[in-house]
Design a protein around this ligand. Structure first.
Ligand code: IVH
Length: 753
């Protein structure tokens, strides 16, 4: 996140509107109702060492212009909750959501002992939002998992009992394994308190009964809350955050016992050190320390960035490290042919989830880390997310370990692995055209959001189309339907429906194996309808049972995904040129470069006809991408792809484009102007608005700065609109935007004063 922030500061034009730096959290996939918070719920910026913390304190003191009292708290590893109280009564409780809009969990929140429906005392404000963290205490978490184990046993016992009671003709033997698995799925062990808390708060108890209800109630009952802030309260009657906590405690809200007000850097370091050593003594899981400026007047003065306040910081403890056995080092091949060694380890729980794989990047990293196959290794999650092997526990060696040898042949197609150019560390498979791993990766990339955005062309569909398959009904072995991506737009329903394929893990390229040890097979393009054998359609259930007749006659239909895939492919043929350029899998040509190329040249033919200098001179392209384009056109088989796609109806041009460079050469009505489009602009899609700006010779930027000339804002425009207003940048509605991109700024009505 920090690197991304630095990069975006240096290159604001590269900041996408969906950049994680602009959002506070991810919107969850859920069916809960939502509510807009009265005041945005922000996140916290992080520091990872005491030096960085001291630096932040010094910077904050300098910005404040005086000495600052620090309020220190524990960073509770739970989930944020926003309690809205109006005149002392709880009117809603919501999760953080994306920071602006949260999910409503009022009914569940009201069942928590820590959440008062009415605040104690009197003199409550008309509206106040109380923010806090919901968590499951460590001890309660253990009890909860013990209960899950018990419920698993009871579920299993219940299913056996049912089996014994329901005696029917032709009944199959009791499948112990399957029943155990089913009980495990119903009552799994929770990986960590945080996930258990999040699911617990968002469940719908009304939809549960029996053992599930019992589990759900226990989960809700184990939730606790500590409040750590307020929102939407313009003038609280206190001067410091620590006093806010006293006030909230007086209203009957739970505050953390671990909060302190400290004065010096040395005291802060002691606090950090103390809880680093005594994490286990705290009732909840914590992943760091939060340091806040205590004085409220300074909060307003220091203000906030787009995602976090400047008056608070989170100090994150170093990630948890565990040891596990390195069983093997294997090599995966990706879309670009790069061969990546990765560690296969005995599964181990680290920072809340089970890890058994970690990338080792390339053969030199393996040597540099000094790990041998068979070693006990130290494993952690970088940034608490990405598994990383740190190195071996050399003392634990017994001599049976062996060194990894980078293969010289592609594990997928057997062709030679070699560096693309002299001096490259990475090795690549030398068979880009038909290496199944590369074709699979490219086809998946074609379907991805930044390319042709074909929802039905995901991981499984791409595998089914590019791997050797078998006919799901006859078992006949089938050669890959797409040995290369050439035939993608010629697919036919009859050919794809029968395909059944082994699913691979996208990260490792390994075949997935099911609980039964068999490879996981999928037939994504068919839907099976089970019907009774001829003559039995109209029999009563009792008759069928007596005769032991089951629904075992099968009719194969195309699945909804199959139909959708072909429809989406048809639509994709005339999508924006830049998307089609991205889908060609040309090195370095992602959405940004592709947009620049499309806007300047207007067609693939014009790009192909251009020389290196002309390509490199286009803003947003440059020499590296120019070379990549020339290299790409060199390969005959790339031209075959284009020709076949064109023959199938793919349109590699922008209709009515005036020709290479015309927009900028003729000046264009927006030449020299920078425009930001935000929110829903009527008559334009997001991409369409950007394209209109570029086509008119302007620069389509994604963030607002002093250099921005116009901001076109529609409904849903957020911080960019606010920023434009604060900088005095002229804001246009959709109709004015249309005038701007077609007739230029001179045609706009005068700005209101
Ligand atoms: S204050 C505007 N204090 O950490 C700042 N947050 O990574 C609001 N968290 O969204 C947060 N313990 O959900 C604050 N003592 C604490 C916290 C805490 C945990 C969570 C909170 C926040 C997230 C940011």
């Amino acid at each position: 996140m920090r690197r991304l922030e630095d990069l975006e500061r240096a290159h604001p034009e590269l900041q996408n509107r969906d950049s994680p730096t602009l959002s506070v959290g991810a919107p969850g996939e859920t069916e809960l109702d939502t509510i807009e918070h009265a005041e945005r719920m922000l996140s916290l910026d992080n520091v990872f060492s005491l030096d960085e913390l001291r630096e932040w304190c010094a910077k904050t003191r300098a910005a404040a212009g005086r000495d600052v009292a620090w309020l220190t708290e524990l960073k509770i590893d739970g989930l944020a909750l926003n309690l809205r109280y109006e005149n002392g009564s709880l009117t809603s409780a919501a999760t953080r959501g994306d920071g602006r809009i949260g999910e409503l969990v009022t009914q569940n929140a009201l069942r928590l002992a820590d959440v008062p429906e009415r605040l104690a005392g009197y003199g409550h404000p008309a509206l106040v939002e109380v923010r806090g963290e919901v968590f499951i205490p460590v001890a309660a978490f253990e009890e909860l998992n013990a209960l899950q184990a018990e419920l698993r046993e009871r579920a299993y016992a219940e299913s056996r009992e049912k089996w014994e009671h329901v005696r029917s003709a032709g009944k199959k033997a009791f499948d112990e394994e399957a029943r155990r698995r089913s009980a495990e799925r119903r009552f799994p062990a929770f990986a960590n308190p945080r996930n258990a808390a999040s699911g617990g708060l968002r469940q719908d108890l009304d939809k549960k009964e029996g053992l599930e209800l019992e589990a759900g109630e226990a989960r809700l009952g184990s939730l606790r809350l500590y409040v750590h802030g307020i929102g939407a309260w313009p003038d609280p009657p206190v001067a410091a955050q620590s006093e806010v906590y006293e006030l909230l405690a007086g209203w009957g809200l739970p505050t953390s016992p671990h909060t302190r007000v400290l004065a010096t850097d040395a005291e802060l370091a002691d606090f950090v050190h103390h809880y680093g050593e005594n994490r286990a003594s705290v009732e909840h899981e914590l992943d760091g320390i939060v340091v806040k400026v205590d004085e409220l007047a300074l909060h307003a003065e220091l203000a906030e960035t787009s995602r976090a306040p400047r008056w608070a910081i989170a100090y994150k403890y170093p990630p948890e490290e565990v040891q596990t056995r390195l069983i093997d080092i294997r090599v995966g091949v990706g879309r670009t042919g790069r061969a990546t060694p990765y560690a296969v380890m005995e599964p181990k729980l680290v920072a809340g989830s089970e890890v058994s794989r970690a990338t080792l990047h390339n053969q030199e990293v393996v040597v540099h880390k000094g790990v041998l196959i068979g070693d006990l290794v130290v494993l952690r999650k970088a940034g608490d997310v990405i598994p990383e092997v740190l190195g071996p526990v050399a003392e634990a060696r017994d001599g049976s370990e062996r060194a990894f040898v980078m293969p010289t042949e592609c594990p997928e197609c057997g062709h030679e692995l070699r560096p693309m150019k002299e001096g490259d560390i990475d090795l690549r498979c030398s068979n880009p055209r038909t290496c199944p791993a590369q074709v699979r990766g490219r086809v998946e990339h074609i379907g991805s959001r930044g390319a042709l955005d074909i929802e039905a062309l995901g991981e499984v569909a791409a595998a089914a189309l590019t791997r050797p398959a078998r006919n799901a009904q006859t078992g006949e072995e089938l050669a890959p339907l797409l040995p290369t991506e050439e035939g993608l737009f010629d697919l036919e329903l009859e050919r794809i429906v029968p395909l059944e394929v082994v699913v691979t893990d996208p990260e490792t390229g390994e075949d997935r194996v099911g609980d039964d040890g068999e490879p996981v097979r999928r037939a994504p393009f068919q839907r099976i309808e089970k019907v009774y054998p001829p003559g039995w359609e109209d029999a009563t259930p009792a008759e069928r049972r007596r005769a032991g007749v089951r629904k075992d006659h099968l009719i194969v239909h195309p699945s909804a995904q199959a139909v959708k895939l072909l429809e989406e492919l048809e639509r994709a043929k005339t999508k924006e040129l830049w998307r089609l350029l991205v889908s060609l899998n040309i090195r370095h040509v992602g959405p940004v470069a592709a947009r620049a190329l499309a806007a300047y040249f207007g067609s693939l033919d014009a790009i192909r006809a251009a020389g290196r200098d002309e390509l490199a001179a286009v803003e947003g392209v440059g020499p590296i991408i120019a070379d990549a384009l020339l290299d790409w056109f060199e390969a005959d088989w790339h031209r075959v792809i284009v020709d076949r796609w064109v023959a199938a109806g793919v349109r590699f041009s922008i209709p009515d484009h005036p020709g290479p460079g015309a927009a900028s050469a003729a000046g264009g009505v927006l030449a020299g102007l920078t425009v930001v489009a935000t929110g829903a602009l009527e008559g334009y899609t997001r991409d369409g608005a950007q394209e209109a700006i570029v086509q008119a010779g302007g620069k389509a930027a994604s963030s607002v700065s002093k250099k921005t000339d116009f901001v076109a804002a529609g409904p849903g425009a957020g911080s960019k609109l606010a920023k434009a207003e604060s900088l005095g940048v002229r804001v246009l509605d959709a109709e004015q935007f249309r005038i701007l991109v077609t007739e230029g700024p001179g045609a706009l009505p005068p700005a209101e004063a």
